[in-house]
Design a protein around this ligand. Structure first.
Ligand code: ZN
Length: 461
C-alpha cells in the first residue's frame, strides 16, 4: 500500500508538472493517453523499435512532401549511439554534437534533437516540429531511446546528418557533392575534403600533417582522374635507330614531343580556372597542349621506352604553376622542359645546370605520386631522394575510421533532462583542402609549328 501511494504521488507530481507544460502546449490529451496506457499496460505493445520506425517514417514523409531525398538509417551511427546513449547526459546538446562529430568524422553536418515524454507516443509527438524541418542536404539518421531514471518517462536522441562519401575521382565526376570524407595515407588522420568545382585540377592536403596525398585533374569531358592516371602507357609508333645511345634516344623523344605539340592555352577559360588535362594520345592527335599536356606526353613516352622519368608539378620562377619532366639516366639527372626550344645534345639540360628556377611540389609517374616529406622545406634540387620525397599510391587510399577514442560521457544518474525538445544544428566542419594552381607557363612561350616525322629527327640538326 505504501508503495502504491508513493507511486501515485510521484505520478501526481509528474502529471501536475507535465500537465502545466502540456496545457501550455495544448497537449493535455497526451497525459490522459499516457494514463490510460499506463493503466492498461499498452505502452508495452508500443515498443521502442516501433517508436523508431514511426519517427523515421514521420521524418521521411515530411521530406517526400518537401521533395527532398529521404533519410537512411546509418547502421554505424546507430551502433555507436546505442553504446553511448545509455550513459549520455542530455542537458548539453553542444557536448553531444561534439561527441558525435568526434566519433563520426564522416559527418559534415549534424543536427541533434533530444526529447523526453511520459510515453513513447508522447515522445514521438515531441519530435513533431523537428521532423518537419530537417535540412535537404542531410542524408542519414540514427536514434536511440531509453527510460529516464525512475522509469516513468522516456528520453530519445535523434541524430540527423550529412554523411559524406569517400573521396575518389569517380565520386567527384559522378556526383555534384562538394564535400567528401578521406583519411590521410601519411598520418591516418580522418578529415573532410572540400572541393571547388570551378577548378579542373586540385590537390588534397591533409589538414593535420599538411602533406599532399592526392592530386586529381579533369579531362575535356569533365571526367576526373588521379593525375598519374593521365599516364596511360601510350607511346607513338616510332622507330629508333639501334646504334644510338640512350641519351640520344632521350633527346630524340624530347625533340619529337616539342615539335608535335604546339604550346597553347585552353581558350575560353576564366583566368583563375585551370584547364582540362590531356592524355598522351589526345595531345598527339590534337598536336597541341599546354605545359602539363606536353610533359605527360613526354613522360609517358619515356616510361614506355624504359626511362626512369617523372612529371613534376610546381613553380617556375615567379611565373606560377608549371609542369616539366625529370629523368634519371646513368646517374645523371635531366630536367626536360617540354614547352621550350629544341634540345641541344652538346648542352644537356642537367638539373644542376638548368634547374635553379624550377621548384617542384609534386611529382608523379604511372603508379604513384611523390610528395614532399617535409612541407615547406626549402628546395635543394634533389628529385630522387627518398628522404625528400614520400611515395603515395592514390588508389591505395582507403577510408579507415579511426577507432573511437571518445570517452563516453559519464552519466549522472540524478540528472534528468528537460522534458521538452532541445534541437541544435552544428555548423559545417570544413577542413578545406587547398588548391593547387596550375597556370600556364611564360606568356611569351614560343609556338612550334615545324612538322617532324617521329623517330627520324636527329636532335640538334
Ligand atoms: Zn596527414
Amino acid at each position: 500500500m505504501l508503495t502504491r501511494l508513493l507511486t501515485w504521488s510521484i505520478i501526481a507530481g509528474i502529471a501536475l508538472a507535465g500537465g502545466l507544460k502540456a496545457h501550455k502546449d495544448g497537449k493535455l490529451i497526451v497525459w490522459s493517453q499516457w494514463f490510460q496506457e499506463w493503466m492498461k499496460g499498452e505502452d508495452q505493445a508500443y515498443s521502442s523499435v516501433r517508436f523508431e520506425v514511426d519517427l523515421v517514417d514521420r521524418l521521411n514523409y515530411a521530406r517526400i512532401g518537401a521533395k527532398v531525398p529521404i533519410l537512411r538509417v546509418d547502421a554505424e551511427l546507430e551502433t555507436w549511439l546505442e553504446s553511448q546513449f545509455p550513459g549520455m547526459v542530455l542537458d548539453d546538446v553542444n557536448l553531444i554534437t561534439q561527441q558525435v562529430q568526434e566519433a563520426m568524422p564522416r559527418y559534415f553536418r549534424l543536427s541533434i534533437c533530444t526529447a523526453g515524454g511520459p510515453t513513447l507516443r508522447a515522445l514521438l509527438d515531441q519530435f513533431q516540429d523537428y521532423t518537419q524541418s530537417t535540412g535537404a542536404e542531410m542524408t542519414h539518421l540514427a536514434c536511440a531511446v531509453r527510460r529516464s531514471t525512475g522509469g516513468f518517462s522516456y528520453q530519445a536522441l535523434l541524430v540527423v546528418g550529412q554523411r559524406l562519401e569517400d573521396f575518389s575521382p569517380e565520386m567527384l565526376t559522378n556526383t555534384s557533392n562538394e564535400a567528401f570524407f578521406s583519411t590521410c595515407p601519411h598520418c591516418q588522420h580522418p578529415h573532410i575534403v572540400r572541393v571547388s568545382r570551378q577548378q579542373h585540377s586540385l590537390g588534397l592536403e591533409c589538414p593535420q600533417c599538411r602533406r599532399t596525398y592526392a592530386v586529381v585533374a579533369a579531362d575535356a569531358a569533365g571526367k576526373y582522374r588521379y593525375v598519374n592516371e593521365f599516364l596511360t602507357g601510350y607511346a607513338p609508333p616510332a622507330v629508333f635507330a639501334k646504334d644510338h645511345s640512350r641519351v640520344h634516344e632521350l633527346f630524340t623523344i624530347w625533340a619529337a614531343v616539342h615539335s608535335n605539340c604546339v604550346y597553347t592555352k585552353d581558350p575560353g577559360l576564366k583566368k583563375e580556372a585551370t584547364d582540362a588535362w590531356q592524355t598522351s594520345l589526345e595531345t598527339q592527335q590534337k598536336g597541341l597542349g599546354d605545359c602539363e599536356d606536353s610533359a605527360i606526353f613526354l613522360c609517358d613516352w619515356l616510361l614506355s621506352r624504359g626511362f626512369q622519368a617523372r612529371v613534376a608539378l610546381g613553380r617556375y620562377g615567379d611565373m606560377g604553376g608549371h609542369a616539366w619532366v625529370v629523368v634519371k639516366l646513368d646517374d645523371k639527372e635531366y630536367l626536360l622542359e617540354s614547352t621550350e626550344g629544341r634540345p641541344d645534345p652538346s648542352n644537356p639540360p642537367l638539373v644542376s645546370r638548368v634547374g635553379s628556377r624550377y621548384v617542384p611540389e609534386i611529382m608523379f609517374d604511372r603508379y604513384a605520386l611523390y610528395v614532399r616529406s617535409t612541407p615547406g622545406q626549402s628546395w635543394k634540387g634533389d628529385y630522387w631522394s627518398s628522404k625528400i620525397w614520400t611515395r603515395v599510391e592514390p588508389r591505395s587510399l582507403k577510408s579507415r575510421l579511426r577507432p573511437t577514442s571518445l570517452e563516453s560521457a559519464k552519466s549522472d544518474p540524478t540528472t534528468e533532462s528537460a522534458g521538452g525538445r532541445i534541437a541544435r544544428t552544428s555548423r559545417p566542419n570544413p577542413a578545406v583542402a587547398p588548391f593547387m594552381e596550375l597556370e600556364e607557363i611564360p606568356k611569351d612561350a614560343s609556338v612550334w609549328q615545324m612538322p617532324l616525322s617521329l623517330g627520324q629527327e636527329k636532335p640538334g640538326s
